[in-house]
Design a protein around this ligand. Structure first.
Ligand code: NAG
Ligand code: NAG
Ligand code: NAG
Length: 232
């Protein structure tokens, strides 16, 4: 009788912990590391000079944004007309990207220009990264690639804010009539230490993992407890 109870408790709990282990593995698999790369190109008929790239949720004071970029120098049109990386916080984003359902009427009245959208930013907060050698914090160098002059830029930003916050990454060049071109590789992490466990997870995903591990621990405790009760 007692043995039977113990056996069935063990069975129930093994199934449960197996289930939560599977959940944990699934979560680890789907909590994507925040690495974005590709080629942004708006040349041709659909040429636009302000394009959203990606977004990321940074934790307070520990967010790190790193980039490796390259583009042909011909997309740099001189002073005040370089390609830029723009970093909008979640407080600024709604005023440049209003949700159509809420503000459709307003948008029909007067669509925001590229300059309007840039004017929301505060350059003193390093929210604009001019991707040229004229701006020393860009980490850009001129290189010859396949006989053409290209900028290659490598740099980063650490985010300091009083609370966790979404940041939106945009590429712009308001003066451009030939659109944009950017070969980008962006990595966003939430820890300055080499703790690989915390690295690479956007803050919202980051908590999902801890919760899941919490549940796994809870289930394990439950299993031990029910075995103890069953065997008593
Ligand atoms: C950087 O880009 C912004 C926006 O286009 C511009 O206002 C600013 O003058 C540029 N700074 C430099 C040093 O080119
Ligand atoms: C984009 O950049 C990556 C790495 O910097 C490079 O390997 C790749 O060839 C580039 N692609 C193009 C089309 O320039
Ligand atoms: C992280 O690791 C790199 C090399 O892998 C090392 O250069 C760096 O000092 C480490 N940073 C910390 C905070 O431990």
């Amino acid at each position: 009788m007692i043995l039977n109870m113990a056996a069935s408790a063990l069975q129930r709990c093994t199934i449960r912990s197996l289930f939560s282990t599977i959940l944990l593995l699934l979560n680890l698999k789907y909590a994507n590391p925040l690495h974005a790369n590709g080629i942004l190109m708006t040349t041709g008929d659909s040429a636009s000079n302000w394009e959203f790239l990606t977004r990321f949720c940074f934790l307070s004071k520990v967010g790190r944004f790193e980039f490796e970029l390259s583009y042909p120098q011909k997309f740099d049109l001189g002073y005040n007309a370089a390609q830029n990386i723009l970093l909008y916080s979640d407080l600024q984003w709604p005023s440049v990207y209003p949700r159509p359902t809420l503000k459709r009427k307003k948008m029909e009245e007067k669509p925001l220009s590229c300059y309007d959208k840039e004017s929301v930013l505060v350059p003193e907060y390093n929210q604009v990264i001019n991707l040229t050698t004229r701006y020393r914090w860009s980490g850009c160098r001129l290189q010859t690639i396949a006989g053409e002059p290209w900028y290659t830029c490598k740099g980063g930003r650490t985010f300091a804010s009083s609370r966790e916050r979404w940041w939106y990454v945009v590429v712009s060049n308001c003066a451009s009539e030939q659109g944009l071109y950017l070969n980008y590789s962006i990595t966003m992490t939430n820890s300055l230490s080499n703790d690989t466990f915390f690295k690479h997870f956007s803050a919202d995903e980051f908590y999902i993992i801890h919760e899941t591990i919490g549940f796994l621990v809870a289930y394990t405790l439950l299993m031990v407890l029910s075995l103890y009760v069953a065997c008593k």
